[in-house]
Design a protein around this ligand. Structure first.
Ligand SMILES: *Cc1c(COP(=O)(O)O)cnc(C)c1O
Length: 436
């Protein structure tokens, strides 16, 4: 490592507290200082490159330093960088909203903006609760799936169910109920879990404002996947019991599951759809919550009736972020991304077969551009995820396993050769564990 990078890392550790990290780990595990990036490659200060196998926490859809997105942001920089979004508007956000409403499942026709996924989840929860309250009903509970993840702010954490993140805060979270999640991708599991859901809604439906789900893939919950039928059945049941359905597509939206939005595969329209992560291609923070005319109308009245949704974030609707999002949608259109990704998805599927033969592999799963390999036989103390991370990093691949689950969420521009490199490295890493 260069002298400069070493100095910089020391200064980093002196001043910075990193996200989702036990900082003491960095006594032994070096921070990686990245100097530049292009396409799927991250470059450090020592002339090493790493293939970004996780799209830098799932946000980078079209590679790093993408010329097209970059040029659009540069133009906007000298035109309008930001403006207060209460009482004011601008062209990039109007264009973006028109486009999103056109692309989204039918009925989603109003856009409310924020700047990160957790805030978007908070917005959907608050809007749902207030919708019922504005209608004269108090429904104090939210329903979510076991093993779900919806973000880290207190409301979003409360509807999540990843104990590692949530348990510390059990005394101070909001009222939630968890229902059984489908445990695999079979139709039978989808039906079984939907039966459980109906039992719960029959009993407690009128106490529940909304049911929030990550359609098809529970990403932070170890990339657990389930059949679209569950989403279809959940939609029917929510409608039957007057409970809103919130589709948290923060991670799965924008083509991750093979379709533009995961809900499409279930042919349903949720009452709220939350989008973030990939929306700007990894350039700038942005989030949008799409909802229906019905929800919008329940807040629409004379000011002194006090039914407005009085929620805001300082950076709401930032024009630079909106321009990046429009550029991302341009790429989807101009390069026929959803269709072209099908070839990449099929290629990955073929390569994944090999993993099933490894004795320490419990399950291999894939939904579109998300794939995961679950290992068996390791205790949390062994931290195999960390071992795999280090093994792959030393060979030029960035993987960041979730516990015993190694996953791939590459940028869509990844080539077959680069997929080979990522998956072959993962294969070697996993088989090297057998030999240990
Ligand atoms: C990442 C994520 C969030 C939270 O988004 P942030 O921008 O990290 O706050 C919410 N829901 C899901 C499904 C996510 O994957």
């Amino acid at each position: 490592m260069s002298f400069f990078a070493n100095e910089m890392i020391a200064e980093d550790l002196k001043y910075i507290w990193h996200p989702c990290t036990q900082m003491k780990d960095h006594e032994n595990i070096p921070l990686v200082a990245i100097k530049s990036a292009k396409g799927v490659y991250l470059n450090d200060y020592n002339d090493n490159s790493y293939i970004d196998g996780v799209s830098s926490w799932w946000v980078n859809l079209f590679g790093h330093c993408n010329d097209y997105i970059g040029s659009k942001i540069k133009q906007q920089l000298d035109t309008l960088e930001h403006v207060i979004f209460a009482g004011f508007t601008h062209e990039p956000i109007v264009t973006l909203s028109q486009r999103l409403c056109k692309l989204a499942p039918e009925g989603l026709c109003k856009c409310f903006y924020a700047d990160n996924g957790s805030s978007g989840v908070e917005i959907a929860l608050k809007m749902s609760f207030q919708y019922h309250k504005n209608s004269g009903k108090i429904r104090p509970f939210f329903l979510s799936l076991e093993n779900s993840y919806h973000g880290e702010t207190l409301g979003a954490l409360s509807v999540g169910d990843v104990t590692l993140y949530k348990d510390v805060f059990n005394e101070i979270i909001i009222k939630t109920i968890q229902t059984s999640s489908p445990k695999n991708q079979t139709i039978d599991e989808a039906k079984r879990a939907a039966c459980e859901l109906e039992k719960l809604l029959k009993q407690r439906g009128d106490e529940i404002s909304a049911f929030i789900i990550e359609p098809l893939v529970q990403c932070a919950g170890s990339m657990k996947m389930y059949h679209p039928l569950y989403v279809t059945l959940a939609r029917e049941l929510c409608t039957k019991y007057g409970v809103h359905l919130i589709a948290d597509e923060v991670a799965v939206g924008f083509g991750r599951t093979g379709t533009m939005f995961a809900c499409e595969q279930a042919s349903v329209s949720p009452d709220f759809m939350v989008l973030s992560k990939g929306i700007t291609g990894g350039y700038l923070p942005l989030c949008v919550v799409l909802t229906t005319q019905d929800v919008y109308d329940r807040f629409y009245c004379d000011y002194l009736e006090y039914k407005a949704f009085l929620h805001s974030h300082s950076y709401t609707g930032n024009p630079l972020a909106c321009v990046a999002a429009n550029a991302v949608l341009d790429i989807f259109e101009n390069e026929n991304v959803i269709q072209n990704n099908q070839k990449t998805i099929a290629y990955i599927a073929e390569k994944l077969k090999k993993f099933e033969g490894l004795s320490n592999v419990q399950e291999v799963r894939q939904t579109g551009m998300v794939s995961a390999i679950e290992l068996c036989g390791y205790s949390p103390q062994e931290r195999v995820g960390l071992k795999i991370f280090e093994y792959a990093l030393a060979r030029g691949v960035l993987l960041r396993p979730l516990g015993n689950v190694i996953y791939f969420m590459p940028p869509y521009i990844i080539t077959c050769k680069e997929i080979d490199k990522v998956l072959d490295t993962a294969y070697d890493a996993i088989s090297s564990l057998v030999l240990l």
